[in-house]
Design a protein around this ligand. Structure first.
Ligand code: SF4
Length: 496
């Protein structure tokens, strides 16, 4: 049963949910517009169970798997420090001055701590999506659409990845009703680990699913580049040395040329008379050798010879051996110059196969990463303290740890409590929505009880962890790799 809202005003046999501004009237046996609250025999209940994280310690203090306790336990005699109350399924309070649904105290290594949990309603939120691919997905700033609605845009690419910025208050509230609804649904699906197909204006169609390989124009990406073309030359120059006279690593951003590159100079590789198209940046590094695309190295070419001019006859010679390869090793071709100094494709020599495969071997698996970003603004903070700015200061001073469903977050410097979290670090289906539209995300604030009192916390509503009873709780193992929310190991940049 949800602790708040409980003041559901009855209208006939319907009850009114006051957990968000929508204020649904809910018939018996039905759920509200967000599917999170229901009318169960005249009582307003939170549909999903409230999630508690558990971890089990051996006597030596090592964490062991949840299902393999070091000694028999009856489920309730575990040290309270090893149970953490998340906000997942905790419910929401509205309007803002009401205390958060759960304010739970626990003694952790002799220190009285308190965790304030709520399912925050985020109108100001979105996701940043990192797509590990060399393939060009569309021009920066171009709209990203779902069902024809603009839900975000392409933003600056990063090393080996394309980046999207999706959601945000303008798409949730500033456009048409449909734009807001579609944006909210896409964010919800992405945050809950479901696949979403995104169409980019003047670009590609991309299927994104957190923690899974991206699919660009129907093609599943497998490898993330080892580096740019120049870096690839620097890494592998020695392994090519003596086996080939020239190597070009084709890259939409920085194409590398072995004989001109500093790595080639240090290995005394002689000039080859090669002529590259594009703009020379520094020796052996070329920009804009082609247009961006889904071909070799994120360019639009499928024939790498298109980026070469004629070889310099004063330097080049018949029989000169040339390897052309992409930044992932996915594309590679071997050539020898004929009498007219034209590159003729030949079978890849046996001694070059391994160095080419070494590029692929050094690539990491390509993944889609979804990072939720939200601002815990005025409303949410009032549920923690009557003087919200003190909570912000407490977070900035690292007296209060912020977690999202028990997962570590990065809190942005500057004003407010704007945080980011990798959605794969939360238990499944941690996110919800309300049709205002806005996303619902769990957020927990953990601090010393004395600090909580000092910042004007709702002390009347603090209750001990042991007081949480009932069937509507789900005990979930602590996610491996996440710092324990009560633990000292979490560095400040993880919200510690
Ligand atoms: S949308 Fe959900 S939280 Fe909001 S009033 Fe309706 S049932 Fe309650």
């Amino acid at each position: 049963m949800a602790p708040e809202p409980t003041a559901a005003a009855k209208a006939d046999d319907k009850i009114r949910c006051d957990a968000c501004p929508v204020m649904c009237y809910i018939k018996p046996g039905a759920v509200g517009a967000c599917d999170r609250y229901a009318n169960h025999d005249g009582e307003l209940v939170r549909v999903d169970p409230h999630v508690l994280l558990e971890r089990t310690l051996t006597q030596g203090g090592d964490v062991v798997a949840f299902n393999e306790p070091a000694e028999e336990w009856d489920g309730d005699i575990m040290p309270r420090a090893d149970r953490f109350v998340t906000a997942i399924g905790a419910g929401t309070t509205y309007p803002d001055y009401k205390p958060a649904p759960f304010i739970v105290s626990a003694a952790v290594e002799g220190v009285d701590m308190v965790t304030v949990v709520t399912e925050g309603i985020f109108s100001y939120c979105g996701v940043k999506v990192k797509i590990d691919t060399d393939r060009y997905i569309g021009p920066e700033t171009k709209p990203v659409r779902v069902e024809g609605e603009m839900i975000g845009h392409v933003t600056s690419g990063e090393y080996g990845s394309q980046m999207l910025s999706l959601g945000g208050v303008h798409h949730l509230t500033g456009g048409s009703k449909k734009e807001g609804r579609v944006t909210c649904q896409a964010l919800l699906d992405l945050c809950n680990g479901r696949p979403v197909e995104l169409a980019i204006d003047e670009g590609a169609s991309v299927v994104v699913q957190a923690g899974k390989p991206p699919v660009v124009n129907g093609q599943t990406e497998h490898r993330m580049r080892v580096g740019c073309g120049s870096a690839t030359i620097g890494i592998f120059a020695k392994q090519w040395h003596g086996k080939v006279d020239e190597v070009v690593v084709v890259d939409d951003h920085i194409t590398g040329v072995l004989s001109e590159h500093q790595a080639g100079k240090l290995l005394d590789i002689p000039p080859t008379g090669i002529k590259m198209k594009g703009r020379r940046s520094t020796p052996g590094r070329y920009f804009q050798v082609a247009e961006p695309g889904t071909g070799w190295g994120g360019t639009n070419i499928s024939d790498p010879l298109e980026i070469l001019g004629p070889f310099d006859a004063k330097v080049a010679y018949p029989g000169l051996r040339l390897l052309m390869v992409s930044t992932t090793g996915e594309n590679a071709a071997y050539y020898e110059l004929d009498e007219a100094l034209r590159p003729i494709e030949k079978e890849m020599p046996a001694n070059l196969i391994e160095p080419v495969e070494r590029i692929s071997e050094n690539c990491e698996p390509a993944l889609s990463t979804v990072v939720f970003i939200g601002g815990a603004g005025g409303s949410l903070r009032a549920g923690v303290t009557e003087n919200p700015v003190r909570l912000t200061r407490s977070v900035k001073e690292s007296l209060t740890r912020v977690t999202c469903g028990g997962a570590p977050v990065y809190v942005w410097p500057g004003g407010g409590i704007t945080f980011m979290v990798d959605v794969t670090r939360l238990p499944e289906n941690s996110f919800g929505y309300v049709p205002t539209p806005a996303l619902v995300a769990p957020i927990e604030f953990t601090l010393r009880l004395s600090d909580y009192e000092a910042l004007g916390g709702h002390m009347d509503h603090v209750r001990p962890l042991a007081a949480l009873t009932g069937d509507s709780r789900r005990h979930v193992p602590h996610i491996a790799g996440n710092p324990w929310p009560f633990g000292p190991s979490s560095p400040p940049w993880l919200g510690g």
